[in-house]
Design a protein around this ligand. Structure first.
Ligand code: BV8
Ligand code: ZN
Length: 260
């Protein structure tokens, strides 16, 4: 672990300690993967879960983001998601999302041997809008609607829905957001892709996540156990800092562009 407490870089004082070293390690690495959480979208104005402002009408998301809550009160849960969709529609990708899209472009090495996999816990779609490709969405996508009756899925990017709760125009059953609620399994194919990317990474970036939600947070240990060097980019300490090679404290919108 090099970064905690190391002196700022004299040649580039604006650089978080360790960023210079990580920047050159990223250039050398063949396979890079990044696990992102709500923190990377905070500078776009999307509230994080556990930070201030993460609560809404004195409900905590863990109480609203469950199938039980939805079945008990679909209208209330849809009021929460309709509000969140409005916030996410207004939000713009920030320099953190853009830096990851650029890192991926650089990593698609001409010899085709390099790889960059973006694995996100976020449901806001800001990485797609920043130009990132082949994103692993562990917790789904708020812009996908899924029918509770016929299970058909469709993309619906309207900022506000006219009728709450929305119903399937084919069978009339309730629509739910295409996201993973607490207590629900992650989509198997997305989880597999995440594990594969973590297990083959030379460098595994962990960005803007409190690393407290499983199994997503477990990808950091899978990467570490498979020989990856971990780099944490976060505003505050996380439970995976102690298995990391680099810990860069600061807002991801400022730290990530400095890694290019
Ligand atoms: C499952 C969609 C089983 C909904 C989400 C007890 C112990 C351990 C685990 C459990 C347990 N009890 C239950 C569990 C399992 C549970 C879990 O882990 N619970 C936690 C709370 C303890 N997990 C599940 O339920 C998962 N499913 O286990 O299924 C199963 C298996 C087979 C068959 C049946 C069942 C499902 C988890 C997915 C839940 N859905 N989201 C929605 O979004 O509304 S999770 C939710 O939390 C979001 O997706 C979010 O992404 C995720 C993690 O949060 P973070 O992204 O890390 O955000 P957070 O606010 O916590 O942190 C932000 C960080 O950024 C902070 O550190 C902050 O300092 C930093 N930051 C802020 N600003 C910035 C910044 N950093 C950099 N720059 C900045 N500017
Ligand atoms: Zn239907």
């Amino acid at each position: 672990m090099h970064a905690i407490g190391s002196a700022p870089d004299a040649s580039d004082p604006g650089l978080a300690p360790g960023a210079k070293e990580l920047r050159s390690a990223l250039k050398e690495a063949r396979n890079v993967a990044a696990l992102t959480g709500a923190g990377i979208s905070a500078e776009s104005g999307v509230p994080t879960f556990r930070g201030a402002g993460g609560l809404w009408r004195n409900y905590s998301p863990e109480k609203l983001a469950t199938l039980e809550a939805f079945e008990a009160n679909p209208r209330l849960v849809w009021e929460w998601y309709d509000w969140l969709r409005g916030v996410m529609r207004e939000a713009q990708p920030n320099p953190g999302h853009q830096a990851l899209a650029e890192l991926a472009r650089r990593h698609a090495a001409p010899d085709g041997k390099g790889s960059f996999t973006l694995i996100t816990q976020n449901i806001d779609g800001l990485d797609d809008r920043a130009g990132s490709k082949n994103i692993v969405k562990l917790h789904g996508d708020i812009w996908i609607m899924r029918c509770m009756g016929c299970h058909r899925e469709e993309r619906d990017e309207r900022a506000r829905l006219e009728v709450l709760p929305p119903r399937c125009k084919k069978c009339g059953a309730l629509l739910r957001p295409g996201i993973v609620w607490f207590g629900e399994p992650l989509p198997a194919d997305e989880w597999e892709r995440g594990v594969e990317a973590a297990a083959s990474a030379d460098i595994f970036l962990v960005i803007g996540t409190s690393a407290t939600v499983y199994p997503a947070a477990g990808l950091a240990s899978i990467a570490r156990q498979s020989g990856a060097k971990l780099a944490i980019v976060n505003k505050e300490p996380t439970p995976v800092d102690d298995i990391a090679e680099w810990v860069l404290q600061g807002p991801s919108g400022e730290v990530l562009p400095r890694l290019l």
